[in-house]
Design a protein around this ligand. Structure first.
Ligand code: UD1
Ligand code: CA
Length: 459
């Protein structure tokens, strides 16, 4: 049976107090609209139409996805008006209509709703829930026999309706295309100037057609209207994501303080300590340990990697068995090999480090190509910037760079060469050579005593 989907995402989102369209606000690294799109995908809809209006171009650009079609609601005249604009895009069959601001909805609940809708041959079905602690939702009206007779928006409900009607509208509807003809009958609400989609419920019911509301878990249809709602929704998503990875064999030591974005993946037997952030399109291998204070964004971390305390890794790759940190910063476009050691206070930017290379302490490595089995001594700096341009440093396999050296790029250190500690290297060092650049040491014996005598004489 054919299903089309319409996602209403044109609204202003006034209550967010934001310059950005509401549906683009992110929860765990993903716009809330994307969650809704992902939830409908398993239903294999023949079309997914997104109604855009406020910040239309921005929403379209961000959702760049060939499976979606966009229709523009030029004037934001309410949810009823939004659906009538999408109508021309729809094929005959069932139409699933959702608000774009309900990121917690699941495919399972949507499938259940569709199944009940079909089983009962309804013209319209929608999700409702009972939660005394929330406000701002439409209230479902039923008659004495329990038949749905309408929906009244919270702000227009009388105190009697508020007292009697505890069932709230979830904003998720299934309608047969025949029901869409009733959209024309929705009248503009005089106090708000909007056409309420919810009015279709009273109209269809009044016409004697089959309409039913089905209860679902309140959590799933939390609509995000304010930043406080966004926070509440994010808290629920956080738990969902971490529980999923625990179920797949990942240990979390402080799950309440770890933040794992929806698009992250984590391998089995990895241990994640408290206060850690795994963000964006990050993938963490098996048997890794991620210690407190680490933040890893858009990076690929191989198996058996240790990321020690207070380390930031961005848009980079880290090979199997490598250890990074504590207090290290791996900046974008770095590719770090296997069994590498990157230690305390090391910053790496746009560099490649070969297998088994070590930079254990206090270094800056930028725009460098470093081979395997290289030892970078404490305090080594690649001087890659002359104030205008960036230059590359090449360090070939097996090189030993003594502590406190500066490598003034562009420069190449050949295979198996040694750079003695404290060097300022301005010229290429050939393979197998030793380069020393330091002032010769002079030693003055008994200097301290002599100095003291001079001082005493002066007194
Ligand atoms: C809506 C329902 C309410 C329900 C609640 C569930 C109406 C009139 N009310 O209220 O009964 O309990 O959702 O979360 O439908 N939008 C457009 N074009 C418009 C106006 C809105 O596309 O002209 C979109 C918004 O971007 C949003 C969705 O429709 O994604 C819902 O709009 P919103 O203003 O959030 O409605 P609520 O007041 O939450
Ligand atoms: Ca809403």
């Amino acid at each position: 049976m054919n299903i089309s989907v319409v996602i209403l995402a044109a609204g202003r989102g006034k209550r967010m107090k934001s310059g950005m369209p509401k549906v683009l606000h992110e929860a765990l690294g993903m716009p809330m609209l994307q969650y809704v799109i992902d939830a409908v995908r398993p239903l294999k809809p023949s079309r997914t139409v997104v109604v855009i209006g406020n910040g239309a171009d921005e929403v379209k650009r961000r959702m760049d996805d060939d499976s979606l079609s966009f229709v523009l609601q030029k004037e934001l005249l309410g949810t009823g008006n939004a659906l009538s604009i999408a109508k021309k895009e729809l094929k005959k069959g069932a139409v699933l209509v959702l608000n774009g601001d309900c990121p917690l909805i699941t495919a399972r609940t949507l499938k259940n709703l569709l199944a009940k809708h079909r089983r009962n041959k309804n013209l319209v079905s929608f999700l409702s829930f009972i939660d005394d602690s929330v406000t701002g939702y439409g209230r479902v009206l039923r008659d004495g026999s329990g038949k749905v007779t309408g929906i009244v928006e919270d702000k227009h409900a009388t105190s009697g309706e508020k007292r009697r009607c505890k069932e709230l509208n979830g904003g998720v509807y299934v309608m047969e295309t025949a029901a869409l003809d009733y959209l024309r009958r929705i009248k503009k609400n005089l106090s708000s100037g909007e056409y309420y989609l919810t009015d279709i419920v009273g109209i269809v019911s009044g016409a004697g057609k089959r309409i039913e509301a089905y209860n679902c878990p309140p959590e799933e249809i939390s609509g995000v209207n304010t930043r406080a709602h966004l926070y509440q929704v994010t808290e629920i998503l956080k738990k969902r994501v971490i529980t999923k990875w625990m179920d797949k064999g990942v240990t979390f030591i402080g799950p309440d303080t770890s933040v794992v974005h929806t698009s992250v993946s984590i391998g089995r037997d990895t241990v994640v300590y408290p206060n850690t952030y795994l963000e964006g399109k990050t993938s963490i291998g098996k048997h890794c340990v991620i210690y407190p204070g680490a933040r890893i964004r858009d990076s690929i971390i191989g198996d058996g990697v240790t990321v020690k305390d207070s380390t930031l890794i961005e848009e980079s790759r880290v090979g199997r068995g490598t250890s990074v940190g504590p207090f290290a910063h791996v900046r974008p476009l770095s590719v770090i090999g296997c069994n590498v050691k990157i230690g305390n206070f090391v910053e790496i930017k746009k560099s490649r480090l070969g297998d088994s290379t070590k930079a254990s302490h206090l270094s800056y490595i930028g725009d460098a190509h470093i081979g395997s089995n290289v030892n970078i001594g404490a305090g080594t700096i690649t001087c890659n910037y002359d104030g205008k341009n960036k230059f590359e440093t090449r360090i070939e396999t097996g090189v030993f760079i003594g502590s406190d050296s500066q490598l003034i790029a562009p420069v190449t250190i050949g295979k198996d060469a040694y750079v003695a500690a404290g060097a300022t290297i301005t010229k290429n060092v050939p393979s197998g050579a030793l380069a020393i650049s330091r002032a010769k040491q002079k030693t003055f014996e008994n200097w301290t005593k002599k100095r003291q005598r001079k001082v005493n004489k002066r007194k």
